[in-house]
Design a protein around this ligand. Structure first.
Ligand code: NAD
Length: 471
């Protein structure tokens, strides 16, 4: 049993004041593997005070010096990739392919941001105005459990690039991963107070951080419900916010798609990160006349998506992160049947042979009405809703009939037609035929998927404030 009892404040590991402890679990075995001590308001205040002192120094550094810091951070994280991956496998349980990708990419986000920084226009002339992009003030980041390293590193990289200090409160369910990552980040030798990490609950530490008057900017990734609470709290002192929230992406299979490739892609985009992904395409839109064939192909395709622990290299779907998440997914599977959808694969109860661990059977619902809750609410597990449409117009209408707008997908044979459909979708991102991720492109959502964008130039600008001098 490991015990996490320290925060990282002012360049050093410091004990959390005596407080409540939360258990940490291995989701593949349900065994408790550790505890984390939860910070109180005083711990948060100490971290913000350290960040405030450091802001004066970091905000005055030249961009080249900060690019150097980013390169050091990248090395410090990358050399710890194996240890990070091992801890993520144990505490989060995602399949090895996702864990390896996540642990490796964590170091590269610093290099992506260094590249953005080097060509960034800090001064701009607009008519008679001299515009200077200035660091916004002390930032706070609050992150979820479904890609702990990636979210912490992405937000830290942007803060450093912008010249702001930051206090990060990661998910209390990822404390072992946070500890390993923090030990790596410490080795980069940032000026004291530029990076501060506090362990704690959302209700206490998260709320204290987002209400703190010395925080100028909040970068949050998590659920829409929490995002709404943070937005309200931020309004009090007009904090700037970036909110990366939930999703319920549509995957539109056009009637000229190569069905074999499209179905394989649909399953990959639907089951990414065991379905615990905001970008997962969980509504599969299928032309009515192709429905029987696509249904059969989807069911057959599940053979390529074995469920199991991260220790089994064949696993492509791991356990849900917690009992609570497992119960939530089970309740949606029950709900789907009550709402009149047809289970064509999967269903309630654990997969055969996995009677321990928070494993879920990958589940496909057919005959889904887009107005029902399983089609509208984020389930955050390997559960896909297959929905029939009549023509391209109808597909666009159904895809856009959603409260979320993070990422949609179009699969088809005619490039012009896929573009035409993509251009009409209301989401921050549209992926055509499984195109690869572009790390410097803006990432974020429309509607209730959030506010603002992360990564590259667009992400950097959300940590800056333009100041105009008229001459
Ligand atoms: P969550 O909203 O419960 O928690 C996220 C973080 O917010 C945690 O650190 C938590 O402690 C903290 N928090 C909770 N209540 C708070 C409060 N009142 N004030 C301040 N902080 C508070 O989300 P989760 O269950 O950890 O993560 C899953 C959710 O995150 C899903 O809805 C998913 O879609 C979303 N998500 C979005 C993205 C994206 O980029 N859009 C990426 C990953 C996950």
């Amino acid at each position: 049993m490991r015990q996490i009892t320290q925060n990282y404040v002012d360049g050093a590991f410091q004990p959390v004041s005596d407080g409540e402890e939360a258990p940490l679990f291995n989701p593949a075995t349900e065994e408790q593997i550790g505890t984390v001590r939860l910070s109180n308001v005083n711990d948060v205040n100490a971290a913000v005070a350290a960040a405030k002192r450091a802001f004066t120094r970091i905000s005055g550094t030249p961009p080249a010096e900060r690019a150097e810091m980013l390169r050091r951070l990248s090395v410090a994280v990358s050399v710890n990739g194996d240890r990070m991956a091992e801890t993520m496998r144990e505490e989060y349980g995602a399949p090895s392919s996702f864990v390896d990708f996540s642990a490796r990419r964590a170091g590269s986000v610093f290099l992506d941001m260094a590249a953005t920084l080097e060509s960034f226009a800090w001064q701009r002339r607009i008519g008679s105005a001299e515009v200077e992009m200035r660091p916004i003030g002390v930032a706070a980041a609050i992150t979820p459990w479904n890609s702990n390293y990636g979210f912490i590193c992405g937000k830290l990289a942007t803060a450093i690039a912008a010249g702001t200090s930051i206090v990060i409160k990661p998910s209390e369910m990822s404390a072992l991963q946070t500890q390993v990552l923090t030990e790596a980040l410490h080795k980069a030798g940032l000026p004291a107070g530029v990076l501060n990490i506090v362990n704690g609950s959302g209700a206490v530490a998260g709320a204290a951080l987002t209400a703190h008057p010395d925080i100028a900017k909040i970068s949050f990734t998590g659920s829409t419900v929490t995002g709404r609470a943070i937005l309200q709290s931020a309004a009090e002192t007009m904090k700037r916010v970036t909110l990366e929230l939930g999703g319920k992406g549509a995957q539109i299979i056009l009637d000229d798609a190569d069905l074999e490739a499209a179905v394989a892609q649909v399953l990959a985009s639907g089951f990414i990160n065991s379905g615990q992904a905001c970008i997962a395409g969980t509504r599969v839109l299928v032309p009515a006349r192709l429905m029987p064939e696509v249904r059969d192909r989807l069911v057959a395709g599940l053979a390529d998506w074995p469920v199991g622990p991260a220790s089994d290299p064949a696993s492509r779907i791991g356990p849900m992160v917690s009992r609570k998440q497992w119960e939530r997914v089970q309740s949606y599977i029950r709900l789907g049947t009550q709402e009149g959808a047809t289970i064509i694969a999967g269903g309630e109860v654990r997969p055969a042979g996995l009677d321990r661990g928070w494993f879920v059977r990958p589940t496909l619902f057919a005959d889904v009405d887009n107005a029902t809750r399983i089609a509208r609410e984020e389930i955050f597990g390997p559960v896909l809703c297959v929905i029939s449409y009549d023509n391209d117009e109808d597909a666009v209408r159904i895809a856009n009939d959603a409260d979320y707008g993070l990422q949609n997908f179009v699969l088809g044979g005619d490039p012009e037609r896929t573009w035409r459909v993509a251009a009409r979708l209301e989401s921050g991102r549209v992926t055509i035929n499984g195109a690869a991720h572009e790390p410097l492109a803006p990432f974020g959502g429309c509607k209730q998927s959030g506010i603002g964008r992360e990564f590259g130039v667009f992400g950097l600008e959300t940590f800056l404030e333009p100041q105009v001098v008229l001459t």
